[in-house]
Design a binder for this molecule. Sequence first.
Ligand code: NAD
Length: 261
Amino acid sequence: MTIPANPVVLVTGASRGIGAGIARLLAARGARIAAHYHIDRAAIDAVLASLPGDGHQAFAADLGDADAAARLWYAATAAYGVIDVLVNNAGIYLFHPPLASAEGEWRAAWRQTLATNLMGPATLSLLAAQAMAARPGPVDPNFGRGRIVNVSSRGAFRGEPDAPAYAASKAGLNALGQSLARALAPQQIYVYTLAPGWVETDMAAEHLAGPEGDGIRAQHPLGRLSRIDELAGAAAYCALDAPPAMTGGIIDVNGASYLRS
Ligand code: NAD
């Protein structure tokens, strides 16, 4: 397979956690990173400074605002010309347990979660798909015209009793990836989705520190949570190496903490 030389990869939520890990690993493999962040300019500057190679730039956007998500795509495209890979990594987890949430809180959590975790990626994916499909050939059919990698969650299958909107948003992201994989395969655009369990990030740290911490650790037969570098490795594989035959796949990256068949 011929991977584009110094492919351009737009990574959302690259300022910390899994997104920063994905950006670092892809940059080490020669990618130029269009590093999206929300509001933490200092954090994205630190990530940019840590990336090996050249051609990395930061782009701000609130992905909970679909117009801003579209502007992000156009800004990155204006800067680089073409985007080879879109990584939909940014996401939020809001606590809204069904029996302890007022209706207003419940609706606000659903609105914000679906906007950020599903509508933002759906908007970026549409623009990516259309731009990739319009790229002229010849293309290496094994790499394709472009790729989309989604970071979903185990919660889509297992349920999230304290954050039902999160589980629903990730189930929606899974279905978005499957639908786009089928729609875009004839154009040689490939779509892969990762479904992590708990990963050692800031998002996980607050849960691990709380009363549920021991229960979370007990779910993991590896005796530890997944590491950011493991998620980054799986994402880089999908972004650069995975065969077209895997398009549409939803890949568990959860340390056997929750398995499905
Ligand atoms: P994190 O909270 O450390 O990072 C999330 C990123 O999303 C941040 O960069 C943040 O700026 C960005 N973001 C949040 N709201 C945004 C908005 N409105 N607009 C733009 N960007 C926004 O989380 P993480 O653990 O690195 O998670 C990354 C992805 O992995 C998420 O989609 C998450 O759902 C998924 N995931 C994480 C875990 C885990 O245990 N950490 C488990 C399963 C899935």
